[in-house]
Design a protein around this ligand. Structure first.
Ligand SMILES: C[S@@+](CC[C@H](N)C(=O)[O-])C[C@H]1O[C@@H](n2cnc3c(N)ncnc32)[C@H](O)[C@@H]1O
Length: 308
């Protein structure tokens, strides 16, 4: 990863992303889990950033162990800091303890004991002592693996960290979306900063770059620059890499629906399993239609809120 998600960007990330409908994304994830009749005890989130989705994973009642992993120590520290603040102000969790070095938290909620670990780690190569029932990644984080070998290695590590009947659910920007992003520049005005944003698209390479220049509202402090790069991969390529890594069944969805994903869908969701029969353990076509319609309506309402 070239120079991105530095300390300064980690500080303003949540403000820059304040309109991202994480709540709605988590409802879609819940519906996917219900559809596949999956009640995970343990979850690993790859490229968890400042943990906006990790906090939603806590709401899954079956979950007792969460590990949130991200390459950027600054994003991970921010996530741990947010969790501590949340817990200190929480009526819901009766006690928590933090082991500073490992960034490990033990939460007590009525009868439920929940352990949350944060880890600064590359998602191209990881292994854990215990396997996970669910591995997730959101917000095009896997597109940050711009080299195909990195994506392959990430899938391999994921397959070996997933329990036999576990699910790997992740989103990615499609090649169609990456190619058609409009090149533009604009400024995000924060309370204490200005962020100059420039989109650069290299359509032939399926590459999208975001060049950021972040200037604190303080003449004494310098501006910071970062470049974020995302690569789009064709569905066929992603399926091949998943298969090479030991995933035997994969469903691909047009994000926030239960319709089949295509290379020209904007965002794609993948549900992958090592067990070839696992995805057939589901609630059937009628429920699939129900979740599909429900999520389309939800999406419409969320878009209205966003654009109005
Ligand atoms: C668009 S952000 C998404 C963060 C978070 N998933 C969310 O929904 O807000 C992409 C994240 O991917 C992380 N990332 C990029 N390359 C990575 C890698 N090789 N291993 C782990 N994390 C990585 C970045 O540090 C950043 O936090």
């Amino acid at each position: 990863m070239e120079h991105s998600y530095t300390t300064y960007f980690a500080e303003i990330y949540d403000d820059v992303m304040k309109n991202v409908p994480y709540k709605y994304w988590s409802r879609y994830l819940s519906d996917l889990l219900k559809y596949y009749k999956h009640q995970p005890d343990s979850v690993l989130e790859l490229a968890s950033g400042t943990s906006n989705m990790t906090f939603k994973l806590i709401e899954l009642k079956s979950v007792n162990r969460i590990t949130a992993l991200d390459l950027s120590p600054a994003m991970i520290s921010k996530a741990a800091e947010k969790l501590e603040t949340k817990l200190q102000n929480s009526q819901e969790f009766s006690s928590f303890s933090a082991a500073e070095k490992e960034m490990s938290y033990q939460l007590q909620q009525k009868q439920r004991q929940l352990r949350i670990n944060f880890k600064a780690q590359n998602m191209t190569e990881f292994s854990f002592e215990n396997k996970f029932d669910l591995i997730v990644s959101f917000f095009d984080s896997l597109n940050y693996l711009t080299d195909i070998d990195q994506l392959q290695n990430c899938f391999k590590s994921t397959a070996s960290s997933l329990s036999r009947d576990g699910l790997f659910i992740f989103d990615m920007n499609s090649v169609g979306r990456i190619k058609t992003i409009e090149e533009k520049s604009f400024v995000i005005e924060g309370d204490s900063y200005e962020c100059f944003w420039e989109d650069v698209v290299k359509a032939k390479e399926n590459l999208w770059q975001v060049k950021l220049k972040i200037c604190p509202d303080n003449d004494q402090l310098p501006c910071f620059e970062e470049t974020h790069s995302e690569r789009g991969y064709k569905i066929e390529t992603i399926l091949r890499l998943l298969k090479n890594s030991g995933f035997k069944a994969v469903d691909v969805y047009n994000a926030f629906s239960f319709a089949r994903g295509r290379n020209n869908s904007d965002r794609l969701y993948f549900a992958a399993a090592r067990n070839k029969d696992r995805l057939q353990t589901n609630q059937g076509q009628l429920k699939k239609m129900y979740y599909g319609i429900k999520n389309r309506v939800d999406y419409f309402l969320v878009s209205l809120k966003y654009f109005l």
